[in-house]
Write a protein that binds this ligand. Structure first.
Ligand code: PBG
Length: 332
């Protein structure tokens, strides 16, 4: 035998030397859930180890992450029911607590990369990412609100805005609005290929943002999020976001969509992000809590494989544990 692939696997030193990809904590983005109030740290039952924080507690959380080498965060707000309305107006209130929190965070941690969520679902009563009329999620009317939201978020100091709404044409509209307001340095991490997935459940629990069961309100997001059976269509979305001025293209979820991550990585000269979503993390945690899988090996394998498929950036609830493991600290 001339070719014996096992030679390159014979010791840890050899395996490390020939390792093709290496996931660094620098590539990770840690999602943070924010709630208005003080001294709040609420566990999210369907996402063990992840909490919803009031700002005072969130600042401590960010500090502990920064000490572990995590420098990128994406912030999601839970909005009180009494502040929600049919069109999500609280989202474009310049003094809303989400924008205030961003200002405080960036003031205290100017060196971190802070990403936002641009969508209406946390702010409206029906849980949709856009404005709903006669049972339809309106595209262009939604964009008009999203551009306002984007300018406010840029003003608050977010480094990247994350349109997660999947309306057509929103990246171009947001880019234009940002530039007109001189926020030329604020980036757009676009949810380019966001699928109508069953794996967002724990996130919607965390934010109480599930589409509600009301007459004339669609109960799912299938008229704007992509069909999980489609692959080519992700390239179309990629072409649009690339042409419209996105800085980073995102695929969401990650694990069932590794082919999409790989496609976008090959086709576009932009960084590719993957959102390893709440349900994907919950699934693995549940198996580990049952003793059916070993967290210390299954978790890093999962993240490394998303990276190998082509994700330069991974948004994951495991960021903190991965960072601890990289430093040889104990987890769990
Ligand atoms: C909504 C949004 C969702 C997630 C991020 N932004 C949920 C949805 O589209 O219903 C899901 C993230 C996760 O599950 O971890 N704008």
């Amino acid at each position: 035998m001339n070719i014996r692939p096992r030679r390159n696997r014979k010791s840890a030193a050899v395996r490390n030397m020939v390792q093709e990809t290496r996931l660094s904590v620098d590539n990770l983005v840690f999602p943070l859930f924010l709630e208005d109030g003080q001294h709040i740290k609420t566990a999210i039952p369907s996402l063990p180890g992840i909490f919803r924080f009031s700002l005072d507690q969130l600042l401590l959380e960010i500090e502990s992450c920064v000490e572990l080498g995590i420098h990128s965060f994406i912030l999601f707000p839970k909005i009180k029911d009494e502040l929600k309305d049919a069109t999500g107006t609280y989202g474009i209130n310049p003094d809303n607590y989400y924008l205030q929190a961003a200002r405080t965070i960036k003031k205290q941690f100017p060196q971190i990369t802070l990403m936002s969520d641009v969508a209406l679902d946390p702010y409206n009563i029906h849980g949709h990412d856009g404005i709903v009329k006669d049972g339809k999620i309106l595209n262009d009317e939604t964009i008009a609100v999203l551009t306002q939201m984007s300018v406010l978020q840029a003003e608050a100091g977010f480094d990247y805005l994350g349109p997660s709404d999947m309306m057509d044409g929103r990246v171009e509209a947001i880019r234009q609005a940002l530039d007109e307001n001189h926020y030329t340095d604020t980036g757009i991490i676009s949810y380019t290929a966001k699928y109508a997935s069953a794996f967002y459940g724990p996130f919607r629990d965390a934010l109480d943002s599930s589409p509600v069961d009301l007459k004339d309100i669609p109960k799912d997001k299938k008229t704007y999020q992509m069909n999980p059976s489609n692959r080519k269509e992700a390239l179309l979305e990629g072409e649009l976001d690339f042409a419209e001025g996105a800085d980073i293209l995102m695929v969401k979820p990650a694990l069932n969509y590794l082919d999409i991550i790989s496609d976008l990585k090959q086709h576009f000269p932009l960084p590719i992000a993957a959102y390893h979503v709440s349900g994907e993390c919950a699934m693995l945690m549940a198996a580990c809590q049952n003793g059916w899988l070993d967290y210390k090996t299954a978790m890093p394998e999962t993240l490394n494989c998303i990276h190998r498929a082509g994700a330069d950036i991974i948004l994951t609830y495991f960021a903190k544990d991965y960072a601890k493991m990289q430093r040889g600290l104990s987890i769990g």
